[in-house]
Design a protein around this ligand. Structure first.
Ligand code: GLU
Length: 506
């Protein structure tokens, strides 16, 4: 059974690169009928943020990623909202609740001689590093010169352990040899153990380091595939040494490329939005962001670019993940978002767009109408859905439907025509439109009949439709006049045309 995991630290937001890596973990598990687990790595106590977990899990759920096991959200009773729960037979899934397991396994390593206590103070460690730098040798824990279980007598160690002296547990890295592994993305990867430090496994506060916790947990939780960013690749030999020391079989590794800025630097907060939540707030659709981000590092090798989640599950493979860093291209994300906006079912468009209208001044006034006439609101949004890039742009884009903007009468003149011409044609067109019945007032009928009228009058299309469109929208640029007229309805349309006629002084 394939078991993958997402192991976030509770920072409070989901980094866009983590979303991508998590999707790889999730898709790979789904494709292979495996289990996708969320485990929380909160042993770095300074970094933990209260409430962070809940919002991170909500963000994952928004992106369609729901864990099978581990830390997840469950609807609370009595409508009290979601709450964070842990489910599965390998729990707890929050590392700060697993301290006994790390202590137990650290003791195993101490007993078997694969780890040792060290009692050095921060000052002593600094002095060691300065000394090494002065000698131009690699800065590494020097187990032969420092104060630890290997240099002190057993009596001295016993006394120190019984005292309140600070102590850490360090891994005793072999003096020579190689550690290698077959990475799914990078192929055979070899490290010389000389490059590896005697890393700390248990810190002086009693908490495990990432290296210790990740190995113990991946093993105990029976993780089969560790899929993570390739910034962790240099940690892998340390993990493999731990697996060796424990006599455990390591998981299979796939180190996936980082997401980069256009200048190939690591995507960081300084360069723009890195939190998934930022994109959510900006009105990107989850489907678009997911489709876009999966392509940052993965390429199926075909021309197909639009993938539903089910299609991704079907076609995803780690073998098609590239080694090279993936550049985050916002234009491509915008293209995806526009594509998904176009094809979203109308009721979905309405429910996804509504939150973006909540703080918009005109919304309050029209709220009852919008609430009662969902289909009408859908047609309002339809006017602009192909003209905007994100949901957040919709309120401003459709505002003219709710409130006719003020405009100068000169705007009614077509670029190839004059104000005088508009002053002649618009009133005539208005009289013609007054002859319509409410039932006829739709895009198709208007297009047909007004088209015939224009031809019969011998006017150019622009000279009639430009002033009509401006009168209806009050804007230089807008959707076509027939679409707007249908959405506004006959009464409001005629009112606006009348206002245009008045402003021309006709
Ligand atoms: N907790 C690590 C992180 O924050 C997880 C790294 C791993 O997947 O091993 O990214």
């Amino acid at each position: 059974m394939i078991r993958t995991r997402f192991a976030p630290s509770p920072t409070g937001y989901v980094h866009i690169g983590n979303l991508r890596t998590t999707l790889f973990e999730y898709l790979f598990a789904r494709k292979n009928n495996g289990v996708f687990i969320v485990r929380v790595e909160d042993t770095d106590q300074e970094r933990s943020v209260t409430g962070a977990l809940e919002s991170m899990l909500k963000t994952l759920a928004w992106a369609g990623i729901v864990p099978d096991e581990g830390v997840m959200l469950e609807p609370g009773d009595l409508g009290e909202g979601d709450r964070v729960v842990q489910k599965g037979n390998f729990g707890p899934y929050i590392q700060s609740e697993r301290l006994n397991a790390y202590k137990k396994y650290a003791q195993v390593l101490l007993d078997t001689g694969f780890a040792y206590y060290a009692f050095d103070t921060a000052e002593e460690l600094n002095a060691m590093r300065e000394n090494q730098q002065a000698r131009k040798v690699a800065t590494k824990y020097d187990r032969t010169r420092m104060r630890n279980q290997l240099t002190l007598t057993p009596e001295e160690v016993t006394i120190l352990l019984a005292s309140d002296a600070e102590r850490v547990v360090r891994l005793k890295v072999p003096d020579s040899g190689e550690v290698s592994f077959d990475d799914i993305v990078h192929g055979k990867t070899v490290f010389d153990v000389k490059e590896i430090d005697d890393q700390v496994l248990i810190k002086s506060d009693g908490f495990p380091t990432y290296h210790m916790a990740v190995v113990v947990d991946d093993h105990l939780m029976e993780i089969t595939h560790v899929i993570r960013g390739d910034d962790w690749i240099s940690s892998t030999p340390k993990h493999l040494l731990l697996y060796q020391a424990f006599g455990w079989t390591p998981p299979i590794y796939a180190h996936v490329p980082l997401i980069l800025n256009a200048d190939k630097s690591k995507l960081s907060k300084r360069q723009g939005d890195v939190a998934v939540e930022d994109y959510q707030k900006k009105g990107y659709l989850a489907e678009a962001l997911v489709n876009f981000i999966v392509f940052c590092g993965w390429n199926p090798g075909t021309a197909k670019e639009l993938y539903t989640k089910d299609e991704l599950i079907k076609d995803f493979s780690l073998e098609k993940v590239s080694k090279a860093g993936a550049v985050f291209n916002i234009d491509k994300l915008n293209w995806y978002n526009k594509e998904y906006l176009k094809s979203l079912p109308l009721d979905e468009l309405v429910s996804r767009a509504l939150p973006f209208f909540m703080n918009v001044p005109f919304y309050e006034k029209f709220e009852p109408q919008i609430a009662n006439e969902g289909a009408w609101f859908g047609s309002v949004l339809s006017l602009e859905r192909e003209r905007v890039t994100t949901l957040a742009e919709l309120p401003e884009a459709v505002k003219f439907v709710f409130e006719l903007p003020e405009y100068q009468k000169e705007l009614l003149a077509w670029r190839k025509g004059t104000v005088e011409e508009a002053r002649k044609i618009l009133p005539e067109l208005k009289s013609f439109l007054e002859g319509f019945s409410d039932d006829d007032w739709n895009k198709a009928a208007l297009e047909h009949k007004v088209g015939e009228w224009i031809a019969a009058k011998g006017y150019t299309t622009g000279s009639a439709l430009w002033p009509l469109r401006v009168a209806l929208s009050g804007q230089q640029n807008s959707p076509g006049p027939y679409e707007i007229a249908e959405v506004l309805g006959m009464e409001e349309s005629l009112k606006r045309i009348e206002a245009g006629v008045m402003s021309l002084g006709a």
